[in-house]
Design a protein around this ligand. Structure first.
Ligand SMILES: [Zn+2]
Ligand SMILES: [Zn+2]
Length: 316
């Protein structure tokens, strides 16, 4: 089998290897389609000091494992819990004290012909969901997680900033609430997509300061946090879908003074994402910018890293 491995902090290489041997609680999955996300690009820049097989967004077919799963088309949750710690006991394996994560942290990823994953992480993909849709289940679940965490009320004003791979899923999910949802756009492509989806689009300078009840930051940078904090009203809620390197104390003072509720948000519910796709409630097709073969992974990642690129897919 071929596998895509993070090589030297800048490059990936495609290696030939024997197929992995699954543990008794794991299955072997044959890749059908994988997606590249910003986390993969961050891992290549040295995030988590990861040097293994990349990839955590996938749809595949179970080729070895329990009979009930054999031949099933599946997607998989990325967090691998130990099953025994206090967090796992509470059903929070995404916060396992010994957490491993597919293609991110202490566990080989999905960018390969064949890879393994625990049975407990699997979700069947219904026939009504295509491979090109199913490969979005993981990031779409992350977008839907916001609705698990905060109660968005019908009359509230919600602003989403950072309309990239994740932000465009977030804004689509939130637009299904009855709240007044606005996406902050920077490029013509974002304007066109939001128009196509019937979602309000606004340039940041046209969004009134300190008025939004909820601001979701998907920018992935400190600048985004500045903007989000400027847009949220006192006693409003800031949902963070980003990581922040070098955030200054000044901003945290403003969080305290304006009594802002800050909600960190990461992985989310797969069944919700599968249902949204099965009911064609989310347009992912318009977000696909290219499909590359596994052996072209290096070009695929370079393409994914170019400004404005949305989803790049890998196929065997
Ligand atoms: Zn991802
Ligand atoms: Zn655990």
């Amino acid at each position: 089998m071929r596998r895509v491995v993070e090589f030297d902090g800048q490059r990936v290489i495609v290696q030939q290897e024997a197929a992995p041997k699954p543990n008794p609680d794991e299955v072997l999955i044959q890749l059908r389609l994988a997606g590249i996300c910003s986390t993969d690009l961050a891992l290549m820049r040295g995030y988590k000091d990861f040097h293994g097989m990349l990839g955590h967004e996938f749809v595949g077919e179970v080729i070895s494992g329990p009979d009930t799963w054999l031949g099933q088309r599946v997607v998989g949750e990325i967090n691998i819990g130990c099953g025994v710690c206090d967090m796992c006991q509470r059903g929070l394996k995404s916060h396992c004290r010994q957490r491993r994560a597919l293609g991110i942290f202490n566990y080989d990823g999905a960018f390969g012909d064949v890879f393994r994953l625990p049975v407990a992480n699997l979700h069947r993909v219904p026939d009504s969901v295509s491979d090109r849709q199913a490969v979005f289940v993981e990031p779409l679940a992350a977008a839907a997680q916001i609705l698990q965490q905060i109660h968005i009320q019908p009359q509230q004003r919600v602003v989403v900033i950072g309309l990239g791979r994740l932000g465009l899923l977030v804004v689509q999910v939130l637009a299904h609430t009855t709240a007044e949802v606005t996406g902050v756009v920077r490029h013509e492509r974002q304007v066109a997509l939001l128009r196509q989806w019937g979602i309000n689009a606004s340039r940041v300078e046209d969004v009134p300061l300190a008025q939004a009840d909820v601001v979701v930051d998907c920018t992935g940078d400190v600048e985004g946090f500045h903007t989000a904090l400027a847009l949220v009203r006192p006693r409003g809620t800031l949902v963070l879908k980003s990581t922040y390197e070098g955030l200054s104390a000044v901003e945290l003072t403003k969080v305290a003074v304006n009594e802002i509720t800050v909600v960190g948000s990461r992985c989310g519910p797969f069944p919700v994402a599968i249902r949204l796709l099965a009911h064609s409630r989310i347009d992912v097709e318009s977000m696909i910018d290219g499909v590359y073969l596994l052996e072209e992974a290096s070009q695929a990642l370079t393409h994914a890293g170019q400004s404005g690129t949305l989803k790049i897919l890998l196929k065997p």
